[in-house]
Structures are given as C-alpha cells and as structure tokens.
Design a protein around this ligand. Structure first.
Ligand code: BTN
Length: 246
C-alpha cells in the first residue's frame, strides 16, 4: 500500500493542502501520507475559491505523492487517477457518478466532491504532488454560494462513518495510483473518458467567444478537453477556457 501507508489526523487545520505543503518543506515525508481533519478554517478550492465543510461531517484530506517517474507534461494522469478513485469509492454506495472535467465529482447533476491538486516541479521532474480531496458525506445544508452541492446522505438518506469511508477511499485511490506507477496510462485515460459528465451528447457551452452547442468527445494527453461543434470541427480547451451551461 502506498496511499494510506501513513495517516496523520489533526482535529482542525486551516487547510490540509497547506499543511501538506508545510510537511513537504520540512523534508523526509513518506510517499502516500494522508493528512485528514474534521474542520478547515481556510479550506481552499480551485481558482481561489473556498471549500465549505461542516465540522466532522465530511472527508477532508490531502495525500502527498512523489511521482518521480511522471513527466510534468503528463501530470494530468494523476488528476484522472484521483478522480477515478473517488468514483470507485462512490460506486459502492450510489450510481450516477461522473467526472465533470477536469476534476469535479458529480452524482447526477450535483457536485459531491472537489479535488485540488498542487504540484511541485523542479527542473523536468514532478517532485511532489499534493492531492487534496473534499468529499461530502453527511452534510445536509450548504451555506456558500456553490451552485449545486450534494452529499451521500442527501442522496441515499443514510449516515456514513468518516473513518470507514477514509479507509475505503484510500484503498480505492491506492489501486488507481498503482496504475499510474505501472504506467497503465491508456487504461486510466479510457476509464476517465467513459466517466466524463456529458460525454458524447450535445449540450450548451460557453467559451471566450460565445455560447455554442458542443459535444465532449475526449480528453487530450495534456488534459485539454476536446469539444466537437455541429460543423464537425473539434477544439481543445484548457481549464477555465470553457464553461458548462448547467
Ligand atoms: C474544488 O474547488 O472543487 C476543490 C476543492 C478541494 C477541497 C479540498 S478539502 C481538503 C483539501 N484541503 C483544502 O484546502 N482543499 C482541499
């Protein structure tokens, strides 16, 4: 086991990702270390957003990885593997799980988990990767202006034991990370593509130019989303260059 070989629990923290970054700077941290907490006073989301999570209700964790063999150009493979590990975990309890590119985890049309990956690249090597995960288990009311949060409890009506879920999720993430280490990139990419939210169907999107009707067809190796137009042309987008109209 790599992911979960060392588990650090701290009752409350500003942010598990920030704490993981501090541990990395002290040196000598074991690959696969998980830092988890019950409450974050400054939980961070993508693009400077905050991450809301009620005390003790959900999973808040960061994993320290040391993917020395991964070329920085291929770093999106880690994001795909983490997204898939979360879907593998959710499949135990619910159906309808998908990945809203690049790495929001959805159940049907609502967001149940978010991922914040922070990489340290030194020279041409991916030295460290901190994969932060916020997964909503038992929270029933969300106060922030996030458009469509949901939790497992809201979906199934049952209560979930965070400790048990942490252990199941780490095992699922560990299997996916082993696929990364053994360079099963084609398998990861295929599994990820098949899980994409709104794959292969026509929906409205917005890019820098306009609202348009497009169809997600796949993801490029560098992580860009490939979207086809009604004209048949296919354009690739980086994160934040395209918006889903939900
Ligand atoms: C998103 O915006 O969707 C990403 C959210 C990531 C939240 C998790 S919670 C644990 C870890 N620590 C943080 O401060 N953020 C990530």
């Amino acid at each position: 086991m790599i992911i979960g070989s060392n588990i650090i629990f701290i009752g409350n923290l500003p942010s598990t990702n920030t704490y993981a970054g501090q541990l990395i700077r002290t040196g000598n941290i074991q690959e696969g270390t998980i830092i988890h907490t019950n409450y974050q006073s400054a939980g961070r989301g993508q693009v400077g957003n905050s991450w809301e999570s009620e005390d003790g209700k959900n999973l808040l964790m960061s994993i320290i990885l040391n993917p020395a063999t991964i070329n920085p150009a291929d770093q999106f493979i880690i994001s795909m593997a983490v997204s898939l590990g979360i879907c593998d975990f959710l499949n135990r309890y619910t159906d309808g799980c998908s990945i809203k590119w690049p790495n929001d985890i959805y159940v049907k049309n609502d967001k149940i988990a978010g991922i914040l990956i922070e990489n340290t690249i030194i020279g041409d090597k991916l030295e460290y990767c901190v994969a932060g995960i916020g997964l909503n288990l038992n929270q029933q009311k969300f106060m922030s202006n996030a458009p469509n949060p949901v939790s497992l409890k809201l979906i199934t009506g049952s209560e979930y034991d965070p400790e048990k879920c942490l252990s199941q999720l780490s095992a699922d993430l560990d299997l996916r990370y082993k696929q990364v280490i053994s360079e099963e990139f084609a398998q990861i990419k295929m599994d990820y593509t098949l899980k994409l939210f709104r794959l292969n169907n026509w929906f409205n999107f917005r890019d820098q130019e306009a609202v348009f009707v497009g169809k997600i067809v796949s993801v490029a190796d560098n992580g860009r989303l490939k979207v086809e137009r009604k004209s048949g042309s296919v354009k690739e987008y980086y994160f934040k260059e395209i918006e889903y109209i939900l």
